[in-house]
Write a protein that binds this ligand. Structure first.
Ligand code: ADE
Length: 394
């Protein structure tokens, strides 16, 4: 039996009950959605902008990927170093009859952080509860989630860098000691009640590892970065998806689609869906190299996998800012995006592809960007190339 005094969560008055009853009372205590919740959801739909090769996930991607998602580590293509590590940890955890240690996955969007979390839960024979940092706004949101957990369940929190301080602090004892701390009363009368919860695995995912507090990061047993996929890996993913969609495709056409997929499975899968629509509409029985080029050209995805927004970004850097250096905020404002979107969605692949260079004074278009847009490389930019190749940084 538990005695609890007045609590900001429970309202005032003494309260006596079982652990289950305490949880339920907390969950009932502020059932009204807060105004900030609804503000946030309308804001996020306002700022969403479509782009063929944006790595941001759309609801169509979500539905389509359900059918394409690998369910086991064996089916999962790429990230081989990570896969080997997980294979070992899974075996070890299973042989001890324990949950997997908490995992933090970071890296650019679309590389399969959610897919991996689902696979890890599958491999453990456990359930997965999926949530995200921004949706865990009030204490009852996170307490509600923790309350649903069973032994060895996986709790997946996407965009974990966006958890607020209160949610983060509620999470600490949960991940460290499998306890939830509930504070009751105010001032001198403040008391903390510790309630046990089942041993579970937290899998956090983020595109911004640098935004996670050290206190939270240190509580993860594994911290892993997901890398862009090689052309060979992406080709295997394209082949697998074509097979699942029953599409006939030539070997060389696979490489055309993979080559424009920006090293990102989510984008490669999206390009396959576009090509599929194109061949169905045109009644082509097989996807050949020419048809793949034709289809993707018609969607304005170029040979490097850049879409109209990427090219506009490079053009603005070159034309408005003479190739840079230009600050991220100025650049984002000129293309009408927010800085975070430019940093998270567009920039990683442009940097990885050697089209943008990040310098201490701002972003610069590289000679490769000039050449890709069919422009003459100015002498100053050639110097940048030499500086980069001499010491690896600019
Ligand atoms: N579909 C999306 N990502 C995948 C991956 N890494 N392996 C296999 N199929 C995928």
């Amino acid at each position: 039996m538990i005695l609890m005094q007045s609590s900001p969560l429970l309202g005032s008055g003494n309260w006596i009950g079982s652990i289950e009853e305490v949880f339920l009372a907390i969950l009932r205590s502020d059932a009204e959605p807060s105004k900030r919740d609804s503000d946030k959801s309308s804001k996020s739909s306002q700022t969403e902008r479509s782009s063929v090769v944006s790595s941001r996930e759309t609801s169509t991607d979500k539905k389509a990927e359900m059918n394409l998602r690998p369910e086991s580590l064996k089916e999962y293509i790429g990230q081989s170093r990570l896969k080997n590590l997980f294979q070992m940890s899974l075996e070890a955890a299973k042989s001890r009859g324990e949950p997997l240690d908490h995992v933090l996955l970071y890296g650019p969007p679309g590389l399969g952080k959610t897919t991996l979390a689902r696979i890890l839960a599958n491999e453990m024979g456990a359930r997965i509860h999926v949530s995200s940092g921004p949706s865990l706004e009030r204490p009852r949101d996170i307490i509600g989630l923790l309350h649903q957990l069973e032994q060895k369940d996986v709790l997946f929190i996407d965009e974990i860098h966006r958890l607020n301080k209160i949610a983060e602090e509620l999470l600490y004892p949960a991940i460290e000691d499998f306890m939830v701390d509930i504070t009751s009363g105010k001032g001198h009368a403040t008391r903390t009640l510790r309630l046990p919860i089942p041993r579970f695995t937290l899998i956090g995912a983020t595109t911004k590892a640098g935004r996670i507090s050290k206190a939270l990061r240190d509580r993860f047993g594994f911290v892993h970065r997901l890398d862009f996929y090689s052309l060979e890996e992406l080709s295997l993913i394209v082949k697998r998806a074509c097979k699942l969609f029953s599409l006939n495709i030539d070997e060389d056409a696979v490489a055309v689609i993979a080559g424009r997929g920006r090293g990102t499975p989510r984008i490669a899968n999206r390009l396959i869906r576009l090509v599929r629509d194109y061949v169905h509409y045109k009644n082509y029985p097989v996807i050949t190299v020419d048809i793949a080029h034709e289809a993707l050209d018609s969607y304005q995805v170029d040979k490097l996998g850049l879409d109209a927004t990427d090219r506009r970004l490079l053009e603005i850097m070159i034309e408005t800012y003479n190739g840079g250096p230009v600050g991220i905020d100025a650049l984002a404002a000129t293309i009408g995006e927010d800085s975070e979107t430019v940093e998270d969605v567009y920039e990683p692949f442009l940097i990885q592809g050697g089209l943008i260079q990040r310098t201490s004074r701002g972003r610069m278009a590289t000679p490769k960007a000039y050449q890709h847009l069919g422009r003459t490389v100015p002498a100053m930019q050639m110097n940048l190339e030499m500086l980069i190749s001499e010491d690896g940084s600019a």
